[in-house]
Design a protein around this ligand. Structure first.
Ligand SMILES: C[S@@+](CC[C@H](N)C(=O)[O-])C[C@H]1O[C@@H](n2cnc3c(N)ncnc32)[C@H](O)[C@@H]1O
Length: 407
């Protein structure tokens, strides 16, 4: 018999809106969630609305023994990542949120050894792997091993794009199996589907209704900013559009000394000044025509062209108004959906993506329900795990163990 029966059980820790649960359900419709835990009330409501099971709250207050339920076959958990991500303060285990990982260990230890969950599948940001010069991962590896598991040497780094979904979102996937079930090497190979990956156009809502189109369209002011950068792009000959550095239009024509500035900043400024001198007359006309320094905010006076020579217009791409400037990428894949509001704009229709497109980017079903405003919807989706990534990695691991055990 394989390591898991079709009707295997699991617990869904740090459940969010249930990305892991959907992955388990996709893997086997007979699987059963014994309990979920989630502290955020809005996420709890969304989870309950969709799965009819209310997640228990704070994991720190849960003792599985009190719940009077059998030990699960699998533990799922996308433990909070703020302290590991590059965007956070990188305090890692020194910050108490980082120690929420230890709650997973505590839950495992609450079961007798031979009853402990057979498989663990955990998810975190990619930066977890190198955080604190690799010490954070070493600690995690050590702690899971210590409670009886054979743990993958290094987390797998997987993005939805690798499993055919057009979103770039590298995540670290941690896999472990109870030692008495399989104690050999874990040498998993992911067959990346980057080449055959579907494109943004495949997740775009083709029947978007007029109302939604209206409420998600760019404002006149935003269109003016993009028209301005579109015209700038046409100044740069196509073969030179592999720009490779952010355009900081404030530096055009400036000559002030750069001493004292960090080296990376000096490099960007020098490249901008060079670009200006190369196309001086056209850029001067452009600056004047659009009155760039007066009409655009300092943030929107910056431009990140990440589409190389493949496109002729900003409107052919995926656009984001970011704090670092206006960013344009090829329409092959979406940038990662994040909890902060950098929602992608679908250039060809000059509009923000809508919730159903966010669901598709995260491989959630179209009929997934929210009873929230859109900001909250995208926050919850941005926090979630991509369902297909988890489903594929779980299947890969279970099949690998079965094959190694000759089942
Ligand atoms: C990275 S998100 C996981 C999202 C989830 N995988 C999904 O698909 O939606 C981490 C979650 O842990 C929750 N969390 C943080 N502290 C918690 C605690 N003490 N107990 C339970 N959940 C907690 C957060 O509210 C957040 O939803």
């Amino acid at each position: 018999m394989g390591v898991l029966k079709k009707n295997f059980t699991y617990i869904d820790l740090f459940a969010g809106i249930g990305g892991f649960r959907l992955a388990m359900e996709n893997y086997s419709s007979k699987s059963k969630c014994l309990f979920a835990s989630e502290i955020d009330e809005a996420a709890v409501k969304t989870y309950e609305l969709n799965f009819g099971q209310k997640p228990l709250g704070d994991i720190r207050k849960i003792n599985p023994k009190d719940l009077n339920i059998p030990a699960p076959d699998v533990i799922c958990g996308g433990f909070p990542c703020q302290t590991f991500s590059k965007g956070g303060n990188q305090a890692g285990f020194k910050d108490s949120r980082g120690t929420l990982f230890r709650e997973i260990i505590r839950i495992i230890e609450s079961y007798d050894f031979n009853e402990r969950p057979k498989i663990l599948i955990l998810e975190n940001v990619q930066n977890l792997i190198n955080h604190d010069k690799g010490n954070t991962w070493k600690t995690i590896h050590y702690e899971i091993t210590n409670v009886g598991y054979n743990v993958i040497e290094k987390p797998l780094v997987v993005s939805p794009k690798d499993v055919g979904v057009p979103q770039l979102r590298n995540r670290a996937i941690i896999l472990a199996v109870r030692k008495d079930i399989y104690d050999g090497p874990i040498d998993l190979k992911i067959e990346k589907k980057r080449v055959n990956c579907s494109k943004i156009i495949d997740i775009i809502d083709k029947d978007i209704d007029d109302n939604l189109l209206k409420t998600h369209s760019l404002s006149d002011e935003q269109i003016e900013i993009l028209d301005c950068w579109d015209e700038f792009l046409n100044i740069i000959p196509q073969k030179e559009r592999v720009i490779g550095f952010p355009i900081w239009s404030d530096e055009f024509g400036k000559k002030y000394p750069l001493g004292g500035l960090p080296e990376w900043k000096q490099r960007i400024i020098l490249k901008n000044r060079e670009l200006y001198l190369k196309h001086k007359s056209e850029i001067d006309l452009w600056l004047k025509k659009w009155n760039v320094r007066k009409t655009l905010t300092p943030t929107n006076r910056k431009f990140e062209w990440q589409a190389g020579i493949s496109m002729d217009s900003v409107y052919d791409g995926i656009i984001q108004f970011r704090t670092s400037g206006v960013r344009v990428k090829k329409p092959t894949e979406s940038p990662a959906l994040v909890a902060m509001d950098h929602r992608p704009i679908y250039g060809p229709e000059k509009r923000y993506i809508v919730p159903v497109e966010g669901l598709r980017l995260q491989s959630f079903p179209d009929n997934y329900q929210f009873n929230e405003n859109e900001k909250q919807i995208f926050k919850q989706l941005g926090n979630a795990v991509n369902v297909k990534v988890i489903e594929c990695m779980f299947r890969l691991f279970v099949e690998y163990i079965d094959e190694k055990r000759g089942k």
